[in-house]
Design a protein around this ligand. Structure first.
Ligand code: ATP
Length: 252
């Protein structure tokens, strides 16, 4: 029997506000992500991709439809055990680290919350894994570059040894050269640890670097799901996907 997908959305539907201000942000979205797969959600600003990711992460508990982890429907209010299995990396490494917390403390905190043993050993190992090294333990966020901060943010997720990373535009706040370094790091970590990714981005090149399959969103709907290789080869069938591809080529 084939195992169920690591993650699955079934008829996910999300509204914000009521009456005249109602906004149907996500419309009947369904997709599956296999274990160890990197799946991309792309679309313009406002297309609903972050809202889908936030629902998976447990940050947005108000949704209709179902979200499943290994075939089991997730409760809308996630428990602590869920957060050991799935962690979210945010866009802005400047905003996501507390300015007065040393890196060591940032990384020890999740371990204390989840009661994991040998905390300092784990912190040291994860700092090596993200390419920083143990000397970074004693740095404060203002002593770090944008790329180093995003490595710390990734380490904070990885220190719990999750199986899933939910990546919300993880490189869009970084310089182009640093973007490639972080994408290469994420690709290596996925391979080494068999991680499953959902990555949200408006940038097709960024998604194509990391993901093997993408869903293209427009106006809250998935208009097409397609392997990245087919997208690159011009085999997108939906006019909006072709438009997005043409726009990204124009920008390149
Ligand atoms: N907390 C919220 N309250 C009200 N409306 C929201 C909220 N979060 C998102 N929205 C709305 O839902 C729609 C989808 O937003 P979402 O952030 O998911 O889009 P996106 O494709 O990720 O865009 P971006 O790349 O700009 O984040 C938008 O119209 C947005 O204004």
């Amino acid at each position: 029997m084939t195992p169920p997908p690591a993650l699955e959305a079934v008829g996910l539907d999300i509204h914000f506000g009521h009456g005249a201000r109602a906004n149907h942000a996500v419309k009947d979205v369904s997709f599956k992500v296999g274990k160890g797969e990197a799946f991309g959600l792309i679309g313009e600003s406002g297309s609903g991709k972050s809202t889908v990711l936030r629902a998976f992460s447990g940050l947005n508990e108000q949704y209709d439809g179902a979200l499943l982890l290994h075939g089991q429907e997730l409760p809308h209010h996630r428990d602590k055990a869920f957060f050991r299995r799935a962690q979210m990396v945010f866009q802005d490494p400047y905003g996501s680290l507390h300015p007065r917390k040393m890196v060591n403390k940032v990384l020890l905190e999740p371990l204390a919350i989840h009661g994991l043993d040998r905390p300092q050993e784990r912190v040291d190992a994860v700092l090596e894994a993200v390419g920083l090294g143990t000397a970074f333990r004693y740095r404060y966020p203002h002593q770090l570059s944008g790329g180093q901060r995003q490595r710390v943010a990734i380490a904070r997720c990885l220190v719990l040894e999750p199986e899933i990373l939910l990546l919300d535009e993880p490189t869009s706040a970084l310089d182009v050269s640093v973007q490639a370094e972080i994408l290469n790091l994420l690709a290596r970590l996925r391979q080494e640890r068999g991680l499953t990714y959902i990555m949200v981005s408006h940038d097709l090149a960024v998604v194509a670097h990391l993901c093997s399959r993408v869903a293209i969103m427009n106006g809250g709907e998935i208009v097409e799901q397609i392997p990245v290789a087919d997208l690159r080869a011009g085999r997108a069938s939906h006019p909006y996907s072709r438009e997005l591809l043409a726009a990204s080529r124009g920008a390149a």
